[in-house]
Design a protein around this ligand. Sequence first.
Ligand code: ZN
Length: 256
Amino acid sequence: MTAPIRVTVWNEFRHEQHDPKIASVYPNGIHGAIAEGLKEAGFTVQTATLDEPEHGLTEEKLANTDVLFWWGHGAHNEVSDEIVNRVHKRVLDDGMGLIVLHSGHFSKIFKKLMGTDCDLKWREDGQKERLWIVSPGHPIVAGLSEYIELPQEEMYGEYFGIPTPDELVFVSWFPGGEVFRSGCTFTRGAGRIFYFRPGHEEYPTYYNAQVRQVLSNAANWAAPTVTFKPVRGNYKPLEKIEVIGGDNDILSRLKG
Ligand code: ZN
């Protein structure tokens, strides 16, 4: 039996502390609700929040993280560049998986990995969201049926300023007529990234069984598979090769 996948759930954790209405939806924080679902699914789960030293993402914590979940909203700019660079390097070089949730579309780490503005349109009207599965064979939708319906969510609409995803897994429909690419996969370096749209702080989205299924599938999908470190810089040939001007250079030998 292989060791359980080690997941860290990072949350900004500000709304829940400052807004009683949101605290009543997520008494243990958004990270607490996400962590609960992942623990039930058999993952080894830690959490980390913005106001902890190093935002809870020490070198040691990241070294023991296979997949990092990221929920942020109002305080993206309070995340230090040093920690963003640390997470970025761990994704690119070590293949740590990254699951970016909802308003995390504007996080420093997601924008750095995408290289685009990641902007979108939005409306907080608490209407229904229907997420259609558009990649039925994808491991992230294992166990689900045709669509997920959430009774109340915030609307996000296209155009979403991301690079063309490697795979589009969900497309959302909203009653206002908008659509949105709500489940997108990307590869950066050795790392796998999944952006998943739902999860506005006012609604109990992270208790929804189908949403939890997606998050658990995503953690399995994004866990690292790399077994080597990238090799960079000056590199000795693996085969015997003729170096121009060197001892084995055929022109130099002909000239005698
Ligand atoms: Zn929101």
